[in-house]
Design a protein around this ligand. Structure first.
Ligand code: FHN
Length: 419
């Protein structure tokens, strides 16, 4: 292994275990919350400035009204913890360019430009530290609709007059330095969209490691999706779950409704069952699930997200052994099959998504001798009966399921060589 690969393996150790994280999109856009001058603006909440082509001078005024008095870092971190999430990534700067942290590089930041005057990034970093949750920053390195040299805003600024390299050297890199030196250990720097060239991508990655060698850099630092491998792991498309297992490290960033930044009229909340199924699907294919919440302008994580996440957390408290640190399925499953697998050495976890009406489940491809079978969430009725013929296992599920969504059966193997 090259030195770099070795270092990467070390950096990724906690991430391999964590599997489930909280993404937070929070910024000025949570004030209009999808409505501008009485018009519902279609699209993602955090894209309102772009979608309504709001001039910078007008959008900037929002800062004067940003006063999230109900924000409480411990409460947010508690919500993540109770949901069973092991890391948190929050927008330090999204495409609108407003800085949710105190920066010397511009006054357009939450401490200097708002009546709130506090630095919520600092409070969250400290709350995460207290709770043992890994903490990271989202940073929009390409798009910045506020900065004259950032990409994306061609309604206020002439694209031919932009100098991206100056934005990068004089603004992005110094801001990254601030984020990596003023907030304690940063677990992830989460870049978005892509970097214009492989050279810029490598430069940004190395810049991050100069200040915090242990920080993980996500795949959207790369200039393209699969190619360069400059980031530490592959970032799937938004809400994208690959059809089959994918080798290496990867993550699905996903919405809990249909927007990232808060939109007052988006009520399309994913149910706890859907979230659990997606988590299982992702882990069974070898990935991590970074699930977003979009707090309001008052600093509140919408109640339906909290309620649904709490139920996911309850399921994880019963079944977390089959998720945290689990490996991808060693057996191929078709999308229509009513079960999924995750694995640890000597243990196969069978996630039963639909309890069989005849109480019997036949599994093929089990390449080790099964020594015990039992329900992970409830062992009070003892072990499950099973017969094994070569790689085929017939499981007798002669009892009532415990969970409405996913009941996990553990197949313990007689040795650790498979899976
Ligand atoms: O444009 C952004 C979007 O607003 C959001 O931040 C997502 C999260 O993955 N990333 C971009 C689109 O891929």
């Amino acid at each position: 292994m090259e030195v770099f690969e070795e270092e990467r393996e070390k950096r990724m150790a906690w991430w391999r275990e964590a599997k489930f994280g909280m993404f937070i999109h929070w910024g000025l856009y949570s004030i209009p919350a999808g409505i501008w001058k009485g018009r519902l603006i279609p699209g993602l909440g955090e894209w309102i400035q772009y979608n309504a082509r709001i001039p910078v001078r007008e959008y900037e005024h929002l800062a004067k009204h940003f006063n999230p008095v109900k924000f409480n870092a411990d409460e947010w971190v508690g919500i993540a913890r109770d949901a069973g999430m092991r890391y948190m990534v929050i927008t330090a700067k999204h495409h609108d360019g407003f800085c949710m942290f105190h920066t010397e590089l511009t006054d357009y930041n939450i401490v200097d430009a708002t009546p709130f005057k506090r630095d919520p990034m600092k409070e969250l970093a400290e709350a995460c530290e207290r709770e043992g949750i890994k903490f990271g920053f989202y940073y929009s390195q390409l798009l910045d609709w506020h900065h004259p040299n950032g990409a994306g805003n061609n309604w206020d600024y002439d694209p031919n007059k932009k100098n991206f390299m100056r934005y990068l050297e004089d603004y992005v890199k110094p801001q990254l330095r601030e984020l990596l030196t003023n907030y304690g250990p940063i677990a992830i720097v989460w870049f978005d969209i892509y970097s214009p060239t492989p050279e810029i991508a490598r430069d940004l990655r190395d810049w991050v490691h100069k200040f915090q060698p242990e920080a993980i850099v996500n795949g959207r630092v790369d200039p393209g999706r699969w190619d360069a491998g400059i980031g530490d792991y592959i970032e799937m498309g938004d809400n994208e779950i690959p059809e089959r297992g994918v080798m290496g490290y990867w993550e699905t960033p996903a919405t809990i409704n249909d927007t990232w930044g808060f939109k007052s009229y988006d009520h399309n909340w994913k149910s706890p069952g859907v979230i659990i199924q997606k988590l299982v699907e992702i882990v069974s294919k070898g990935g991590n699930y970074l699930l977003n919440v979009g707090p309001t302008a008052e600093g509140v994580i919408p109640e339906p997200s909290v309620r649904n996440l709490r139920e996911v957390g309850a399921w994880l408290r019963r079944n977390g052994e089959s998720i945290y640190g689990a490996k991808a399925s060693p057996i191929d499953t078709r999308p229509d099959e009513p079960y999924r697998f995750t694995a640890k050495p000597g243990r196969l976890y069978v996630h039963i998504l639909a309890w069989p009406w005849d109480g019997e489940l036949r599994l093929t491809g089990v390449k080790n001798r099964v020594s015990r079978a039992y329900l992970l969430a409830d062992q009070s009725d003892g072990e499950l009966r099973f017969e094994q013929d070569g790689t085929e296992v017939r499981l007798h599920l002669d009892r009532r399921p415990v969970d409405p969504v996913d009941n996990v059966v553990v197949l313990e193997m007689s040795s650790k060589d498979w899976p």
